[in-house]
Design a protein around this ligand. Structure first.
Ligand code: ADP
Ligand code: MG
Length: 729
């Protein structure tokens, strides 16, 4: 029995985790968060008032008030058994980081739990190990974490203890954002400023604040943990670097929304339970297209919360999977030849009166406002599609974008039949004077009723209107959603401000309705090229998009260059989201991350070739050679009367395998040379070499390895196979 077979046997013996008694969710939702209600119970009324002013108007609280809140938070946490606290933040790697500290403090030789306002508000992790892209020069190695009071603190439970996690931003000594959260918060302020001004035009005078809202649909794979342990590619890079396709993949489409296997089901129950405890409103869960691919979707929330919750959910998924002897794969392309995993970012804006700005509304006034919001978004996506493309550019996602399964690297907008008709009508008939009846006649008011079913048909569009929200579908499954939201918010804030300015200008000489419709008409025409209702996976779209002049950027490093463009930097500076230095540093960090990931992948492939593939090939060869020798002996002795053809066949089989091993080795040696050459290159130059030469070479090596896998005797192949990982659980 080889190691792979023993793993298959072990999987047979895996016992289902017996689920706890199901509990009523409303009874325990958020019990592990220091929620507003919890705070009210423990903090004085006066301090709560200051806290509200801090949250809503940015007025800071006093040191004494901070102490009071910290003490309340500590009491709540230690009552629940927490012994440590951690400033929880999101460095630019996209992961989350924690700096742990104890509540314990010694006073006159006596141990007691203590937590001060200053420790709650400001932390000082050693920032030198987090990427800063050149912002933080060596003499200034300090980075600070600072409490984000808009996202509630929560408890992380592990078997033997609990830690209070405090959501934080992460900044350098001079206030540069070293993380993903601060820019997201600033982009929400930009949205608020622009949208409040915009809404004032439409006589929504009471609105003080607008936020972006977001519901990320999270795809993932589950495989048995035993396989994972034997696959260093999965363990080190998150994806399989080699592996022959399974004869059955997703062709039968029998997985999508199929009945969920019991092991997966139990995993989902427990993920939901853990998520509910920390206040993550998970709502749907179902099977996806590929075997053992699934999805979770939450109920949407304010972006900042949604982003924190998505990071927490991914962490919970990883952790809970292990308890079920499973591994949760969040990589964008864990398996070649079947669908990868993405994340659909459902996005909209809501005002503080609870109105969704992408709700088409019922009255002419609401319809008009909706149209103006819509064209502002079209304007943003059309003129800044390069930034949106950059927001989803990283090594993992490069495998999906442009492949025939995920939205392509070309950004376009899908609006659906009804809305397209409305815009076409608007485009044709610009009126001198617009009446309320004209607006009603357009039929915007009817949209909400037909939308739900009418708009969801096109699953291939990267940016689709799906009824009162847009769905940005090109995000990668492992991605921290903060950056795409931040970029989306910024360009849309910018376009909303532009639209507001245009309307204001025209309203000086025209009545309001006519002014708005003129701006809408102009922008419908201006942005027409970004709208595409057809199949985004079709080859014709690539040609058509090129004719329209829409960019189609396949390489991550090329896409990231959008962060360096002067005009783009100006927008981010004007909206107060990122400074020039902050944008440039992000470009450098993300190119560097791409290079690091590819270097790790190439080295992992090299080792797998040398340690698994080639030895398996040689073992099998020696086995064959022995047989050939024995048969030849028998033939010479006259006790075997096989056809000559049988001997030639065996010899050509030997030759075939010898050659395959040779090709694998030859290309792997070439890869070694290429990696040596890459060592002398930095940043973009290295990324270009990797994209142009290393990736195709790795694919080539893979092809030969996969060929070998399908001819080598089963007992000589130690690496778990696709057909096992994807179908046996
Ligand atoms: P789909 O449109 O993909 O079929 P749903 O209608 O269930 O699926 O919505 C998908 C996600 O969109 C959910 O997470 C949902 O909460 C979110 N969503 C719905 N409305 C909004 C909104 N106004 N803003 C942001 N996200 C939203
Ligand atoms: Mg969706």
């Amino acid at each position: 029995m080889n190691i792979r077979h023993s793993v298959l046997k072990a999987i047979d013996g895996v016992k289902l985790v017996k689920d706890n008694q199901p509990k009523k969710v409303s009874k325990y939702f958020g019990i592990n968060t220091f929620s507003h209600d919890e705070m009210v119970k423990r903090v004085s009324k006066k301090t709560m008032e200051s806290f509200a002013l801090w949250l809503n108007e940015g007025k800071t609280i006093s040191a004494k008030e901070a102490d009071e809140i910290a003490d309340a938070m500590k009491n709540w946490a230690t009552d629940k058994g927490a012994t440590f606290y951690a400033h929880w933040f999101q460095p630019m790697t996209g992961l989350t980081a924690e700096k742990h500290d104890t509540f314990c403090s010694l006073k006159n030789g006596k141990m007691m739990e203590k937590f001060s306002g200053s420790k709650l508000i400001l932390g000082e992790p050693d920032a030198s190990s987090f990427p800063s892209g050149g912002i933080r020069s060596t003499f200034e190695a300090r980075g600070y974490t600072a409490w984000d009071p808009s996202s509630p603190a929560f408890l992380i439970e592990s078997e033997l203890g609990k830690t209070l996690c405090i959501p934080c931003i992460f900044v350098s000594y001079h206030g540069y954002a070293l993380d993903k959260k601060l820019p997201l918060l600033k982009s929400d302020e930009a949205i608020s400023r622009a949208a409040v001004n915009f809404l004032k035009l439409f006589k929504n005078k009471n609105v003080k604040k607008v936020v972006s809202t977001c519901g990320p649909e999270q795809e993932y794979f589950l495989i048995d943990k035993h396989y994972y342990k034997l696959r260093q590619d999965l363990a080190l890079t998150g994806r399989t670097l080699i592996g022959a396709p399974s004869p059955k993949g997703q062709q039968l489409e029998d997985q999508y929304f199929g009945s969920i296997k019991e092991r997966a089901m139990n995993f989902m129950y427990e993920v939901c339970e853990e998520a509910y405890k920390v206040g993550i409103p998970v709502s749907t869960r179902h099977n996806e297209v590929a075997p053992h691919q699934y999805e979770f979707a939450p109920i949407f929330e304010e972006s900042n919360l949604a982003a924190d919750h998505n990071q927490m959910l991914m962490e919970i998924m990883r952790k809970v999977a292990l308890r079920h002897d499973l591994v949760c794969l969040l990589h964008e392309k864990p398996f070649a030849g079947i669908n990868g995993s993405g994340k659909h970012l459902n996005w909209s804006m809501a005002d503080d009166q609870g109105n969704n700005l992408l709700n088409p509304g019922q009255t002419p006034q609401e319809n008009l406002q909706f149209l103006a919001v819509l064209v502002a978004i079209l304007h943003a996506v059309y003129h800044h599609s390069d930034l949106l493309r950059a927001s989803i550019a990283f090594a993992g996602n490069e495998h999906r974008l442009g492949a025939n399964e995920a939205p392509p690297a070309i950004v376009s907008v899908f609006l659906g039949e009804q809305l397209t008709q409305i815009l076409d009508t608007i485009e044709k008939g610009a009126k001198q004077k617009v009446s309320k009846q004209d607006i009603i006649d357009l039929g915007v008011g009817k949209l909400p009723k037909v939308n739900k079913d009418a708009t969801d048909r096109n699953r291939t569009s990267p940016f689709a209107f799906t009824g009162a929200k847009f769905e940005f579908r090109a995000l990668g499954s492992s991605q921290n959603i903060s950056t795409p939201i931040m970029i989306l918010n910024t360009v849309i804030a910018n376009s909303l401000a532009y639209v507001t300015g245009q309307i204001e200008k025209l309203a000086k000489t025209k009545d309001f309705e006519t002014a708005v419709m003129t701006v809408v008409t102009n922008l419908v025409k201006d942005t027409k090229k970004i709208r595409f209702e057809g199949n985004n996976y079709a080859a014709e779209w690539v040609t058509e998009a090129e004719k329209r002049g829409l960019p189609n950027i396949a390489a991550t490093f090329e896409a990231l260059k959008a962060l360096l463009k002067k005009d783009n930097i100006a927008i981010f500076e004007r909206q107060g989201v990122l400074s020039k230095d902050e944008m440039i540093s992000r470009y450098h960090i993300w190119v560097e991350m791409y290079n690091t990931i590819l270097t790790i992948e190439a080295n992992t492939l090299m080792e797998m070739v040398n340690a698994n593939v080639v030895p398996a090939g040689f073992n099998y060869l020696s086995h064959l050679a022995k047989i050939l020798g024995q048969l030849t002996d028998l033939k010479e002795k006259g006790s075997l009367a096989a056809d000559d053809g049988a001997f030639t066949d065996l010899q050509s089989h030997l030759t075939e395998i010898t050659n395959k091993i040779y090709y694998v080795r030859k290309n792997t040696l070439a890869m070694g040379k290429l990696l040596e050459k890459a060592k002398g290159l930095d940043g973009e130059d290295r990324a270009e070499l990797y994209f142009e030469e290393l990736k195709p070479l790795m694919e080539h090596i893979r092809k030969h390895c996969d060929d070998l896998e399908t001819v080598i005797a089963d007992e000589h192949w130690d690496l778990p196979k696709y057909r096992e990982m994807l179908f046996i659980m």
